[in-house]
Design a protein around this ligand. Sequence first.
Ligand code: BDR
Ligand code: CA
Length: 311
Amino acid sequence: MKKIPIIIDCDPGVDDSYALALANSYEGFEILAITAVEGNVPAAITRKNALCIREELGINCRVGFGAEKPLKKAYNQFAANTHGQSGVGSFVFDQPEMKPDEMPAWEIIYEEAVKHKGELLLFAVGPLTNIAICLEKHPDLPQLLKKFVIMGGGTFGNVSATNRTAEFNIWIDPHAARQVFEKMDVWMVGLNATHAAAVEMSDFDDMMAICGDNKKARFIRELSAFSKYNCVENGSDNNAIHDALAVASQMDETVVTFENLNVRVEDGDCENIGQTVIDREKEPNCHVAMAVDKAKFAEIMKNMCRYYAEK
Ligand code: BDR
Ligand code: CA
C-alpha cells in the first residue's frame, strides 16, 4: 500500500498529541514532519512537546519550529486549563534529545509540498499562523497539495472576548485564518463535528485498559487518564478529542461527512472576531464537517491504543 505523505502543523496540546499518535499508528500515512505553532501553550512548550512526542512515539520525521506569536494580535490566551501547564496533561517529558530542523515550519511545509507535488496531505490543528506565513512566502502552496484539512471553526464557538461565537484555533489568529480560508481549499473539521464525536468516559476507561501497563503505550494511557479527569472536572460524561477527529476523517471517509458551504472568517475588530461565518446563500468555498459516526471514531481511538499496546 502506497502511504500518503502527511505533515501535521500543531500546538501540542492534549488532543494534538492524540492526533499525532493516531496518524503514526495508521499504516496508510507517512508522517514527513511535525511543525509547531504557538497556541494551547506558549511556543517554547509546543516546540518542546513536538520534539518529545516524536521521540516518545518513535516517529521518524522532521520537526520544525514555527510562529511564536499570532500575525497581528499582540497577545495570546493560552488553554492550559484544558491541556495542563505542560500542554500534555499530567505527563512529564524530559528534555528532548533531538534537535529541530534548521528550516522554519513554513519552509519545511513548502519544501515537502514541492517534493511530493500533488500528494501531500497537510493537517493544521492549531492556529493557522504557520500556514498563513507559508502562503505569504509561497503563494503556489495550494496547488501543490493533495488536500488541506484543519481542526478549527465550526457552526459554534468555544472562546472569545465577550461571547462564544469563535473557535479557539481561529480566534487566536483570525487574520491568519482569514487569509488561509480565502486562498486555500479548506476541509474544516469544526467544533460541531468534534463535539458530536466526543469520546465517552467509558471509552477512556477502555482505552486505558487496552494500553495496560505497556511501556510503549504509557503516553496514550496518561492522555486517556487526563481526558477522563477532564470529563469529571467539567461534570460531563464525555470529552471532545478535537484534533484527532480531523486525522480520523482522512483515515476512513465514513467517519466524517462534509458539506460544501460558503465560509468566511470574521477578522474585524468586533464582537464575533474569529467566527467562521457560514452562509448557505453564497457560492460554496469550503468543505464543512457536518455529521460524524461517533461510535466509529471511538473504535478508531481504541484501535490506536491496540497499536501502541502491541508494539
Ligand atoms: C482546538 O483548540 C485547542 O485547544 C485544541 O488543541 C484544538 O485544536 C479546539 O478548539
Ligand atoms: Ca490543537
